[in-house]
Design a protein around this ligand. Structure first.
Ligand code: PXP
Length: 237
């Protein structure tokens, strides 16, 4: 059964809406663990729009399960990652004007920068996952630069407007997943997953981790964090 990674960024989004001290993402992480989260994921963005440096440091000290830091392949955040030392780093593309991470990281176009970042993190004992589109060439490039894992972008599957489109995207995701596993990469999937569309991706052979944020936080506002995570976990199981 895949691990559930709960992304808590949007707890910090609510706090930052008022630049206040609550809600603290550390509270959400604790409740997520009680609800069965296997991984706590957070994205320290360059513009610090939600997660702040302090959050990362507090979570590093308090989270008992695996901590997964999403980050750009950039010097500033790499230095922070090397200092704070999360168990896992997921390299993602980052553009200031985007609402969320829009596409996968192009590890071919940004080969040298990404590889340098992968090597620095791995040398420090941090496992590195690359968030890429479900594309054979990207997977090959990720493997060639020695990534431990890839997180294949599930956004096109999640956003497919019709069942036919969804079937097509699902098949593409399944083929890319099989290829990644054959290449010896640990397989993660994420982005846009919800209570309605998660069960199908959880059946993809070889998937080790699902990273889910917005949908869980949205439900948590209504039913509480622990319960929201527990319901997601049940669907994955
Ligand atoms: N995986 C990665 C690499 C992401 O950047 C995000 C969004 O922060 C997610 C998963 C979670 O996406 P969502 O919030 O749509 O569940």
């Amino acid at each position: 059964m895949p691990r559930l990674g709960v992304n808590i960024d949007h707890v910090a989004t609510v706090r930052q809406a008022r630049r206040t001290i609550e809600p603290d993402p550390a509270w959400a992480a604790m409740l997520a663990e009680l609800g069965g989260a296997d991984v706590i994921t957070l994205h320290l963005r360059e513009d610090r729009r939600h997660i702040q440096d302090r959050d990362l440091r507090v979570l590093r000290q308090t989270v008992q399960v695996k901590l997964n830091l999403e980050m750009a392949a950039a010097d500033e955040v790499t230095a922070i990652a090397l200092d704070v030392h999360p168990q896992q780093a997921t390299l993602v593309p980052e553009r200031r004007e985007e609402v969320t991470t829009e596409g996968g990281l192009d590890v071919i176009a940004h080969h040298d920068r990404v590889r340098s970042c992968v090597q620095q993190l791995q040398k420090a004992g941090i496992e590195v996952s690359l968030f890429i589109d479900p594309d054979v060439r990207q997977i090959e490039a990720a493997r060639a630069m020695g990534a431990d894992a890839v997180e294949l972008h599930t956004g096109r599957y999640a956003d497919a407007p019709t069942t036919d489109d969804q079937d097509r995207e699902f098949n593409q995701l399944t083929d890319a997943s099989r290829f990644a596993v054959e290449e010896g990469l640990v397989l993660h999937l994420g982005h846009g997953l919800t209570y309605r569309n998660v069960s199908r991706v959880a059946t993809i052979p070889g998937v080790c981790e699902l990273n889910i944020g917005h949908s869980i936080v949205a439900r948590a506002i209504m039913v509480g964090f622990e319960q929201a995570v527990r319901e997601m976990k049940r669907l994955i199981e």
